[in-house]
Write a protein that binds this ligand. Structure first.
Ligand code: UD1
Length: 421
Protein backbone atom coordinates (compact mmCIF):
# COMPACT_ATOMS: atom_id res chain seq x y z
CA UNK A 1 0.00 0.00 0.00
CA UNK A 2 1.26 3.48 -0.84
CA UNK A 3 2.26 6.00 1.79
CA UNK A 4 3.18 9.67 1.94
CA UNK A 5 6.38 10.82 3.60
CA UNK A 6 6.60 14.38 4.90
CA UNK A 7 9.79 15.82 6.32
CA UNK A 8 8.78 18.80 8.38
CA UNK A 9 10.07 22.29 8.98
CA UNK A 10 10.31 23.77 5.48
CA UNK A 11 8.43 27.00 4.97
CA UNK A 12 6.26 27.36 1.89
CA UNK A 13 6.86 29.97 -0.78
CA UNK A 14 5.44 30.17 -4.29
CA UNK A 15 2.20 29.73 -6.19
CA UNK A 16 -0.38 26.99 -5.68
CA UNK A 17 -3.01 26.68 -8.42
CA UNK A 18 -6.42 25.83 -6.98
CA UNK A 19 -8.47 23.26 -8.90
CA UNK A 20 -12.18 23.27 -9.61
CA UNK A 21 -14.31 22.11 -6.69
CA UNK A 22 -14.97 18.38 -6.70
CA UNK A 23 -18.05 18.97 -4.55
CA UNK A 24 -19.39 21.27 -7.25
CA UNK A 25 -18.30 19.08 -10.16
CA UNK A 26 -20.08 15.97 -8.81
CA UNK A 27 -23.63 17.42 -8.88
CA UNK A 28 -22.81 19.29 -12.13
CA UNK A 29 -21.96 15.93 -13.69
CA UNK A 30 -25.15 14.33 -12.34
CA UNK A 31 -27.12 17.20 -13.89
CA UNK A 32 -26.16 16.01 -17.39
CA UNK A 33 -28.74 13.23 -16.88
CA UNK A 34 -31.50 15.86 -17.06
CA UNK A 35 -30.98 16.51 -20.77
CA UNK A 36 -30.50 14.65 -24.03
CA UNK A 37 -28.18 17.46 -25.18
CA UNK A 38 -24.43 17.67 -24.40
CA UNK A 39 -23.23 19.36 -21.23
CA UNK A 40 -19.67 20.71 -21.30
CA UNK A 41 -17.74 21.44 -18.15
CA UNK A 42 -14.33 23.06 -17.74
CA UNK A 43 -12.08 23.27 -14.67
CA UNK A 44 -13.06 19.73 -13.64
CA UNK A 45 -10.54 18.47 -11.07
CA UNK A 46 -8.58 15.29 -11.71
CA UNK A 47 -9.46 13.37 -8.54
CA UNK A 48 -10.75 9.87 -7.79
CA UNK A 49 -14.30 10.96 -6.87
CA UNK A 50 -14.70 12.45 -10.34
CA UNK A 51 -13.51 9.16 -11.83
CA UNK A 52 -16.11 7.35 -9.69
CA UNK A 53 -18.90 9.63 -10.95
CA UNK A 54 -17.64 9.16 -14.52
CA UNK A 55 -17.87 5.37 -14.10
CA UNK A 56 -21.37 5.62 -12.65
CA UNK A 57 -22.64 7.89 -15.43
CA UNK A 58 -21.10 5.59 -18.06
CA UNK A 59 -22.93 2.69 -16.42
CA UNK A 60 -26.16 4.59 -17.12
CA UNK A 61 -25.13 5.00 -20.75
CA UNK A 62 -23.80 8.56 -20.68
CA UNK A 63 -21.03 9.19 -23.19
CA UNK A 64 -18.19 11.10 -21.53
CA UNK A 65 -15.06 12.54 -23.04
CA UNK A 66 -12.37 14.17 -20.99
CA UNK A 67 -9.43 16.30 -22.03
CA UNK A 68 -7.57 17.74 -19.04
CA UNK A 69 -10.07 19.86 -17.12
CA UNK A 70 -12.60 19.81 -19.99
CA UNK A 71 -15.37 17.26 -19.92
CA UNK A 72 -18.21 16.64 -22.36
CA UNK A 73 -21.15 14.51 -21.26
CA UNK A 74 -23.93 13.32 -23.49
CA UNK A 75 -26.91 11.57 -21.89
CA UNK A 76 -28.91 11.20 -25.13
CA UNK A 77 -28.97 7.43 -24.80
CA UNK A 78 -29.45 6.43 -21.19
CA UNK A 79 -29.70 2.64 -21.17
CA UNK A 80 -30.04 1.97 -17.48
CA UNK A 81 -31.62 3.86 -14.60
CA UNK A 82 -29.95 1.62 -12.02
CA UNK A 83 -27.01 2.83 -9.93
CA UNK A 84 -25.42 -0.41 -8.69
CA UNK A 85 -24.05 -1.03 -5.21
CA UNK A 86 -20.48 -1.61 -6.40
CA UNK A 87 -20.25 1.93 -7.74
CA UNK A 88 -22.41 3.73 -5.16
CA UNK A 89 -20.57 2.30 -2.14
CA UNK A 90 -17.35 3.93 -3.36
CA UNK A 91 -18.83 7.39 -3.08
CA UNK A 92 -21.89 8.64 -1.23
CA UNK A 93 -22.38 11.50 -3.69
CA UNK A 94 -23.57 8.85 -6.19
CA UNK A 95 -27.02 9.37 -4.68
CA UNK A 96 -27.09 12.64 -6.66
CA UNK A 97 -28.17 10.68 -9.75
CA UNK A 98 -31.45 9.75 -8.05
CA UNK A 99 -33.26 13.08 -8.54
CA UNK A 100 -32.23 13.60 -12.19
CA UNK A 101 -33.03 10.00 -13.19
CA UNK A 102 -36.51 9.89 -11.69
CA UNK A 103 -37.26 13.40 -12.98
CA UNK A 104 -36.32 12.61 -16.60
CA UNK A 105 -37.17 8.91 -16.92
CA UNK A 106 -39.90 8.53 -14.30
CA UNK A 107 -37.96 5.78 -12.55
CA UNK A 108 -34.65 5.07 -10.83
CA UNK A 109 -33.05 2.35 -8.75
CA UNK A 110 -30.16 3.58 -6.66
CA UNK A 111 -28.29 1.43 -4.18
CA UNK A 112 -28.29 2.66 -0.60
CA UNK A 113 -24.80 4.09 -0.01
CA UNK A 114 -23.89 1.98 3.01
CA UNK A 115 -21.44 2.78 5.80
CA UNK A 116 -19.28 5.84 6.04
CA UNK A 117 -16.32 6.70 8.20
CA UNK A 118 -17.64 10.06 9.39
CA UNK A 119 -20.65 9.16 11.41
CA UNK A 120 -24.10 8.08 10.52
CA UNK A 121 -24.98 9.78 7.21
CA UNK A 122 -28.55 8.96 6.23
CA UNK A 123 -30.25 10.11 3.01
CA UNK A 124 -33.73 10.47 4.50
CA UNK A 125 -34.02 14.14 3.43
CA UNK A 126 -33.30 13.28 -0.21
CA UNK A 127 -36.11 10.72 -0.06
CA UNK A 128 -38.61 12.86 1.87
CA UNK A 129 -38.06 15.74 -0.54
CA UNK A 130 -38.55 13.54 -3.60
CA UNK A 131 -41.71 12.11 -2.04
CA UNK A 132 -42.89 15.70 -1.65
CA UNK A 133 -42.47 16.07 -5.43
CA UNK A 134 -44.74 13.08 -5.91
CA UNK A 135 -42.17 10.29 -6.23
CA UNK A 136 -43.24 6.88 -4.96
CA UNK A 137 -40.36 5.38 -3.04
CA UNK A 138 -39.62 1.99 -1.59
CA UNK A 139 -36.54 0.13 -0.46
CA UNK A 140 -36.06 -3.27 -2.15
CA UNK A 141 -32.99 -5.46 -1.55
CA UNK A 142 -30.81 -2.53 -0.50
CA UNK A 143 -31.96 -0.36 -3.40
CA UNK A 144 -34.08 2.78 -3.39
CA UNK A 145 -36.79 2.25 -5.99
CA UNK A 146 -38.21 5.57 -7.12
CA UNK A 147 -41.11 6.09 -9.53
CA UNK A 148 -42.88 9.17 -10.78
CA UNK A 149 -46.58 8.35 -11.25
CA UNK A 150 -47.62 9.14 -14.85
CA UNK A 151 -43.93 9.53 -15.65
CA UNK A 152 -43.39 13.07 -14.30
CA UNK A 153 -42.70 14.59 -10.91
CA UNK A 154 -45.00 17.29 -9.58
CA UNK A 155 -44.08 20.57 -7.95
CA UNK A 156 -43.81 20.70 -4.16
CA UNK A 157 -43.02 22.87 -1.19
CA UNK A 158 -40.38 21.23 0.95
CA UNK A 159 -38.90 22.56 4.18
CA UNK A 160 -35.59 20.97 5.15
CA UNK A 161 -35.64 20.32 8.92
CA UNK A 162 -31.89 21.04 8.85
CA UNK A 163 -29.48 22.05 6.12
CA UNK A 164 -28.31 19.37 3.69
CA UNK A 165 -26.09 20.21 0.73
CA UNK A 166 -26.69 16.96 -1.16
CA UNK A 167 -30.46 16.89 -0.58
CA UNK A 168 -30.77 20.52 -1.75
CA UNK A 169 -28.86 19.61 -4.92
CA UNK A 170 -30.89 16.47 -5.59
CA UNK A 171 -34.19 18.30 -5.17
CA UNK A 172 -33.11 21.31 -7.20
CA UNK A 173 -32.23 19.02 -10.11
CA UNK A 174 -35.42 16.96 -9.78
CA UNK A 175 -37.63 20.07 -9.54
CA UNK A 176 -36.10 21.49 -12.73
CA UNK A 177 -38.04 18.88 -14.74
CA UNK A 178 -41.12 18.68 -12.48
CA UNK A 179 -44.50 20.11 -13.37
CA UNK A 180 -45.05 23.57 -11.81
CA UNK A 181 -43.16 25.67 -9.26
CA UNK A 182 -41.26 24.04 -6.39
CA UNK A 183 -40.15 25.96 -3.33
CA UNK A 184 -37.27 24.64 -1.21
CA UNK A 185 -37.15 26.21 2.24
CA UNK A 186 -34.13 26.13 4.59
CA UNK A 187 -31.96 25.12 1.63
CA UNK A 188 -28.19 24.87 1.79
CA UNK A 189 -26.44 28.08 0.66
CA UNK A 190 -23.03 26.66 -0.25
CA UNK A 191 -21.28 28.10 -3.35
CA UNK A 192 -21.63 24.64 -4.91
CA UNK A 193 -25.44 25.10 -4.81
CA UNK A 194 -25.16 28.43 -6.65
CA UNK A 195 -22.81 26.82 -9.15
CA UNK A 196 -25.30 24.02 -9.84
CA UNK A 197 -28.11 26.57 -10.24
CA UNK A 198 -25.98 28.45 -12.81
CA UNK A 199 -25.59 25.32 -14.91
CA UNK A 200 -29.28 24.40 -14.62
CA UNK A 201 -30.27 27.92 -15.69
CA UNK A 202 -27.87 27.68 -18.63
CA UNK A 203 -29.65 24.42 -19.52
CA UNK A 204 -32.95 26.30 -19.58
CA UNK A 205 -34.22 25.87 -16.01
CA UNK A 206 -35.88 28.78 -14.20
CA UNK A 207 -34.36 29.08 -10.72
CA UNK A 208 -34.36 31.97 -8.27
CA UNK A 209 -32.86 32.31 -4.83
CA UNK A 210 -30.00 29.78 -5.09
CA UNK A 211 -27.41 30.87 -2.54
CA UNK A 212 -30.17 32.01 -0.15
CA UNK A 213 -32.21 29.74 2.09
CA UNK A 214 -35.29 29.74 -0.15
CA UNK A 215 -35.03 28.47 -3.72
CA UNK A 216 -37.83 28.76 -6.31
CA UNK A 217 -37.71 26.37 -9.25
CA UNK A 218 -40.11 26.58 -12.16
CA UNK A 219 -40.08 23.10 -13.73
CA UNK A 220 -39.64 22.71 -17.49
CA UNK A 221 -40.75 19.82 -19.68
CA UNK A 222 -37.22 19.48 -21.03
CA UNK A 223 -33.78 21.00 -20.60
CA UNK A 224 -31.09 21.65 -23.18
CA UNK A 225 -27.30 21.49 -23.28
CA UNK A 226 -24.91 24.03 -21.75
CA UNK A 227 -21.30 24.96 -21.14
CA UNK A 228 -20.10 25.82 -17.65
CA UNK A 229 -16.88 26.40 -15.69
CA UNK A 230 -16.69 24.67 -12.29
CA UNK A 231 -16.26 27.09 -9.37
CA UNK A 232 -12.91 27.05 -7.52
CA UNK A 233 -12.51 24.57 -4.67
CA UNK A 234 -13.00 26.54 -1.46
CA UNK A 235 -11.94 23.55 0.66
CA UNK A 236 -8.70 23.16 -1.27
CA UNK A 237 -8.22 26.94 -0.96
CA UNK A 238 -8.72 26.78 2.80
CA UNK A 239 -6.52 23.71 3.15
CA UNK A 240 -3.53 25.39 1.49
CA UNK A 241 -4.17 28.61 3.40
CA UNK A 242 -3.80 26.53 6.56
CA UNK A 243 -0.69 24.82 5.18
CA UNK A 244 0.91 28.27 4.90
CA UNK A 245 -0.42 29.21 8.33
CA UNK A 246 1.04 26.12 9.98
CA UNK A 247 4.55 26.26 8.55
CA UNK A 248 4.89 29.95 7.66
CA UNK A 249 5.95 32.43 4.89
CA UNK A 250 4.01 33.36 1.76
CA UNK A 251 2.05 31.68 -1.01
CA UNK A 252 -0.30 32.89 -3.73
CA UNK A 253 -3.31 30.64 -4.18
CA UNK A 254 -4.25 31.22 -7.81
CA UNK A 255 -7.57 30.66 -9.66
CA UNK A 256 -9.60 31.13 -6.52
CA UNK A 257 -11.47 33.81 -4.63
CA UNK A 258 -11.17 35.00 -1.02
CA UNK A 259 -14.96 35.49 -0.96
CA UNK A 260 -15.40 31.72 -1.08
CA UNK A 261 -13.66 31.30 2.28
CA UNK A 262 -14.89 34.34 4.20
CA UNK A 263 -15.55 32.58 7.51
CA UNK A 264 -12.29 30.65 7.32
CA UNK A 265 -10.34 33.81 6.48
CA UNK A 266 -11.89 35.62 9.44
CA UNK A 267 -10.84 32.82 11.82
CA UNK A 268 -7.34 32.60 10.34
CA UNK A 269 -6.89 36.37 10.65
CA UNK A 270 -7.81 36.14 14.33
CA UNK A 271 -5.06 33.56 14.62
CA UNK A 272 -2.56 36.03 13.10
CA UNK A 273 -2.49 34.88 9.47
CA UNK A 274 -2.60 37.46 6.66
CA UNK A 275 -4.96 36.80 3.76
CA UNK A 276 -5.61 39.29 0.98
CA UNK A 277 -7.08 39.35 -2.48
CA UNK A 278 -4.58 39.68 -5.31
CA UNK A 279 -5.31 39.54 -9.02
CA UNK A 280 -6.69 36.08 -9.81
CA UNK A 281 -6.30 34.71 -6.33
CA UNK A 282 -5.41 35.04 -2.69
CA UNK A 283 -2.12 35.84 -0.97
CA UNK A 284 -1.60 34.03 2.34
CA UNK A 285 1.31 34.75 4.64
CA UNK A 286 2.47 34.14 8.15
CA UNK A 287 5.77 35.36 9.57
CA UNK A 288 7.88 34.08 12.46
CA UNK A 289 5.31 34.48 15.22
CA UNK A 290 3.32 31.30 15.99
CA UNK A 291 -0.42 31.43 15.37
CA UNK A 292 -2.73 32.21 18.26
CA UNK A 293 -5.36 29.84 19.65
CA UNK A 294 -8.85 30.72 18.34
CA UNK A 295 -12.19 29.04 19.02
CA UNK A 296 -14.11 27.75 16.04
CA UNK A 297 -17.42 26.01 15.40
CA UNK A 298 -18.37 24.35 12.13
CA UNK A 299 -21.63 25.47 10.54
CA UNK A 300 -23.41 25.28 7.20
CA UNK A 301 -22.26 27.96 4.71
CA UNK A 302 -21.56 30.84 5.20
CA UNK A 303 -20.15 29.46 8.48
CA UNK A 304 -16.82 27.69 8.95
CA UNK A 305 -16.93 24.48 6.84
CA UNK A 306 -16.80 21.07 8.47
CA UNK A 307 -14.48 20.01 5.63
CA UNK A 308 -11.77 22.32 7.06
CA UNK A 309 -12.22 21.32 10.69
CA UNK A 310 -9.49 18.65 10.76
CA UNK A 311 -6.96 20.93 9.04
CA UNK A 312 -7.77 23.73 11.48
CA UNK A 313 -7.20 21.38 14.36
CA UNK A 314 -3.71 20.59 13.08
CA UNK A 315 -3.04 24.32 12.96
CA UNK A 316 -4.35 24.88 16.47
CA UNK A 317 -2.16 22.02 17.73
CA UNK A 318 0.87 24.29 17.32
CA UNK A 319 -0.82 27.54 18.33
CA UNK A 320 0.18 29.72 21.22
CA UNK A 321 -2.65 29.27 23.71
CA UNK A 322 -5.82 27.23 23.73
CA UNK A 323 -8.70 26.77 21.38
CA UNK A 324 -12.01 24.99 21.33
CA UNK A 325 -13.24 23.38 18.14
CA UNK A 326 -16.89 22.31 17.96
CA UNK A 327 -18.20 20.09 15.18
CA UNK A 328 -21.92 20.63 14.55
CA UNK A 329 -22.41 18.98 11.15
CA UNK A 330 -21.22 15.39 11.52
CA UNK A 331 -21.01 12.93 14.41
CA UNK A 332 -17.74 11.15 14.83
CA UNK A 333 -15.62 13.60 12.84
CA UNK A 334 -12.69 13.68 15.27
CA UNK A 335 -10.88 10.57 14.08
CA UNK A 336 -7.78 12.60 13.25
CA UNK A 337 -7.41 13.53 16.94
CA UNK A 338 -5.93 10.18 17.84
CA UNK A 339 -3.37 10.44 15.06
CA UNK A 340 -2.50 14.07 15.85
CA UNK A 341 -2.02 13.04 19.48
CA UNK A 342 0.50 10.43 18.32
CA UNK A 343 2.45 13.33 16.84
CA UNK A 344 2.44 15.12 20.19
CA UNK A 345 -0.72 17.26 19.95
CA UNK A 346 -2.52 17.96 23.21
CA UNK A 347 -6.23 17.53 22.44
CA UNK A 348 -9.11 16.55 24.71
CA UNK A 349 -12.42 15.64 23.13
CA UNK A 350 -15.70 15.93 24.95
CA UNK A 351 -18.71 14.99 22.81
CA UNK A 352 -18.84 17.44 19.86
CA UNK A 353 -16.08 19.70 21.15
CA UNK A 354 -12.33 19.44 21.38
CA UNK A 355 -10.02 21.52 23.53
CA UNK A 356 -6.63 21.96 21.93
CA UNK A 357 -3.74 23.18 24.03
CA UNK A 358 -1.06 24.38 21.65
CA UNK A 359 2.33 22.68 21.92
CA UNK A 360 5.65 24.13 20.80
CA UNK A 361 6.48 21.24 18.50
CA UNK A 362 4.84 18.24 16.88
CA UNK A 363 6.99 15.18 16.23
CA UNK A 364 6.93 13.08 13.08
CA UNK A 365 5.29 9.65 13.46
CA UNK A 366 3.67 6.89 11.46
CA UNK A 367 -0.04 7.75 11.21
CA UNK A 368 -3.14 6.48 9.45
CA UNK A 369 -5.45 8.51 7.25
CA UNK A 370 -9.10 7.81 8.08
CA UNK A 371 -11.03 9.98 5.64
CA UNK A 372 -10.35 12.62 3.03
CA UNK A 373 -10.04 15.72 5.21
CA UNK A 374 -8.51 13.88 8.17
CA UNK A 375 -5.78 12.65 5.80
CA UNK A 376 -4.82 16.10 4.66
CA UNK A 377 -4.79 17.34 8.27
CA UNK A 378 -2.02 14.80 8.90
CA UNK A 379 -0.06 16.10 5.91
CA UNK A 380 -0.35 19.62 7.36
CA UNK A 381 0.80 18.39 10.75
CA UNK A 382 3.71 16.65 9.02
CA UNK A 383 4.74 19.93 7.36
CA UNK A 384 5.47 21.49 10.73
CA UNK A 385 6.52 18.39 12.70
CA UNK A 386 10.10 17.69 13.64
CA UNK A 387 11.46 14.74 11.64
CA UNK A 388 9.58 12.39 9.36
CA UNK A 389 5.87 11.66 9.19
CA UNK A 390 4.66 8.62 7.27
CA UNK A 391 0.97 8.58 6.38
CA UNK A 392 -0.77 5.29 5.54
CA UNK A 393 -4.00 4.74 3.55
CA UNK A 394 -3.44 7.75 1.35
CA UNK A 395 -6.04 6.67 -1.20
CA UNK A 396 -8.40 8.95 0.75
CA UNK A 397 -6.33 11.94 -0.37
CA UNK A 398 -6.63 11.01 -4.04
CA UNK A 399 -10.41 11.28 -3.72
CA UNK A 400 -10.32 15.04 -3.34
CA UNK A 401 -6.90 16.66 -3.77
CA UNK A 402 -5.47 16.96 -7.26
CA UNK A 403 -1.68 16.65 -7.23
CA UNK A 404 -1.29 17.45 -3.54
CA UNK A 405 2.33 16.33 -3.51
CA UNK A 406 3.24 18.31 -6.63
CA UNK A 407 1.55 21.49 -5.40
CA UNK A 408 3.23 21.41 -1.98
CA UNK A 409 6.63 20.33 -3.34
CA UNK A 410 6.62 23.21 -5.83
CA UNK A 411 6.49 25.57 -2.84
CA UNK A 412 9.42 23.97 -1.07
CA UNK A 413 7.79 21.28 1.07
CA UNK A 414 9.55 17.93 1.39
CA UNK A 415 6.62 15.64 0.58
CA UNK A 416 6.84 12.44 -1.44
CA UNK A 417 4.94 9.28 -2.21
CA UNK A 418 6.37 5.95 -1.14
CA UNK A 419 5.17 3.39 -3.66
CA UNK A 420 5.08 -0.18 -2.39
CA UNK A 421 3.44 -3.50 -3.18
C1 UD1 B 1 -21.61 17.58 1.39
C2 UD1 B 1 -20.16 17.52 0.94
C3 UD1 B 1 -19.26 17.16 2.13
C4 UD1 B 1 -19.50 18.13 3.28
C5 UD1 B 1 -20.97 18.21 3.61
C6 UD1 B 1 -21.28 19.27 4.65
C7 UD1 B 1 -20.35 16.82 -1.36
C8 UD1 B 1 -20.15 15.77 -2.37
N1 UD1 B 1 -20.04 16.51 -0.10
O1 UD1 B 1 -21.95 16.28 1.82
O2 UD1 B 1 -17.90 17.21 1.69
O3 UD1 B 1 -18.80 17.65 4.42
O4 UD1 B 1 -21.74 18.54 2.44
O5 UD1 B 1 -20.86 20.51 4.24
O6 UD1 B 1 -20.75 17.93 -1.67
N2 UD1 B 1 -28.17 14.33 6.69
C9 UD1 B 1 -29.25 13.58 7.11
N3 UD1 B 1 -30.13 13.16 6.17
C10 UD1 B 1 -29.98 13.43 4.84
C11 UD1 B 1 -28.87 14.19 4.42
C12 UD1 B 1 -27.98 14.64 5.36
O7 UD1 B 1 -29.42 13.32 8.29
O8 UD1 B 1 -30.82 12.99 4.03
C13 UD1 B 1 -27.21 14.85 7.68
C14 UD1 B 1 -25.80 14.31 7.50
O9 UD1 B 1 -25.63 13.07 8.12
C15 UD1 B 1 -24.98 15.43 8.13
C16 UD1 B 1 -25.77 16.70 7.79
O10 UD1 B 1 -27.09 16.24 7.48
O11 UD1 B 1 -24.95 15.25 9.51
C17 UD1 B 1 -25.24 17.49 6.60
O12 UD1 B 1 -25.04 16.62 5.52
P1 UD1 B 1 -25.10 17.09 4.00
O13 UD1 B 1 -25.05 18.58 3.96
O14 UD1 B 1 -26.22 16.41 3.31
O15 UD1 B 1 -23.74 16.51 3.45
P2 UD1 B 1 -23.47 15.88 2.04
O16 UD1 B 1 -24.30 16.55 1.00
O17 UD1 B 1 -23.52 14.40 2.13
Amino acid sequence: MHQIRVRGGRPLRGIIPISGAKNAALPLMAACLLSCKPVNLSNVPDVADIASMTNLLREHGVRIERDGGDMTMNAAQVESTTAPYDLVRKMRASVLVLGPLVARFGKAQVSLPGGCAIGNRPIDLHLKGLADLGAELSIEDGYIEAKAPKGRLQCGRFTFPFVSVGATENLMMAASLAQGETVLINSAREPEISDLAKLLVAMGAEIEGAGSDTIYIQGKSELGGATHRVVADRIETGTYAMAVAIVGTEVILSNTDLLLINATAKTLRQAGVTLETVEGGVRVSRGDEPVLGVDMMTEPYPGFPTDLQAQFMSLMSVSRGKSMVTETIFDNRFMHVQELSRMGANITVHEASAIIRGVEKLKGAQVIATDLRASVSLVLAGLVAEGETIIDRIYHLDRGYQDLIGKLSACGADVSKIVSG
